[in-house]
Write a protein that binds this ligand. Structure first.
Ligand SMILES: O=C(CO)COP(=O)(O)O
Length: 254
């Protein structure tokens, strides 16, 4: 089973209208592998989604960084899945660790969000990952399995799901997981999908890595058999994001 390499760029809460246009210009001018080799999805803040979608090259897609857990209404400040679809946004990142920690989004709440977004036809980058304390206490797999279980309980159509393993201790720290560390968890996650969802889903679902990915470390990570791509934060705002996209060819050479 060949899983198409996936590279997401999570711009987080960054940028001005001018800076965003500069980033899009760099992306639009880049020479990258074709769409049948790598799927590229960039995720600007909500306010810049329409302008990025309007300017971005047609072989790249856009994602929102979050959406509300049910149909819109009296939920001040929230953005609904319906609104994203209404303005032509096909992807959404859900369950990012920054939202789990800063906004107390529980496993169950993230699972509900994933289920609702998928039910409307959105494609979802579902984020999981353990903290340093959880890793050091040896509970990494227990934590990410519980997070995945809460997501899987609400997923009936896995083709529109990309699972992003983002160890919290690697996010924004420069302490990237080693290729062995990433492969170990990705393989365990694939086994979890095999045992709890099914062999076909386990074989076909992209499991991507996020946490201090850079142009310098992406190739070795991309070479791991169960690393199907990346969810990139800081480096997605820089020209080196193009190098990370190009690491998709590492897979093709295997
Ligand atoms: O959180 C991340 C992507 O969603 C990773 O962020 P960094 O690449 O900045 O570590």
């Amino acid at each position: 089973m060949v899983r198409k390499f996936f590279v997401g760029g999570n711009w987080k809460c960054n940028g001005t209208a001018e800076e965003v246009k500069k980033i899009v210009t760099v992306l639009n001018e880049a020479e990258v592998p074709s769409e049948d080799v790598v799927e590229v999805v960039v995720s600007p803040p909500f306010v810049f989604l329409p302008v990025v979608k309007g300017l971005l090259r047609p072989d790249f897609q856009v994602a929102a960084q979050n959406c509300w857990v049910r149909r819109g209404g009296a939920f001040t400040g929230e953005i609904s899945a319906e609104m994203l679809l209404n303005v032509g946004i096909p992807w959404v990142i859900l369950g990012h660790s920054e939202r789990r920690s800063l906004l107390n989004e529980s496993n169950e709440f993230v699972g509900e969000k994933v289920g609702y977004a998928l039910s409307l036809g959105l494609k979802v980058i579902a984020c999981i990952g353990e903290t340093l304390q959880q890793r050091e206490s040896g509970s990494t797999m227990a934590v990410v399995a519980a997070q995945t279980k809460a997501i899987a309980a609400k997923v009936s159509y896995w083709d529109n799901v990309v699972l992003a393993y983002e160890p919290v201790w690697a996010i924004g720290t420069g302490k990237v997981a080693t290729p062995v560390q990433a492969q170990e968890v990705h393989l365990e996650l694939r086994k979890w999908l095999h045992d709890n969802v099914g062999a076909e889903v386990a074989a076909s679902t992209r499991i991507i890595y996020g946490g201090s990915v850079t142009g310098a470390n992406c190739k070795e990570l991309a070479g791991q058999p169960d690393v199907d791509g990346f969810l990139v934060g800081g480096a997605s705002l820089k020209p080196e994001f193009i190098d990370i996209i190009k690491s998709a060819t590492v897979k093709r050479q295997q």
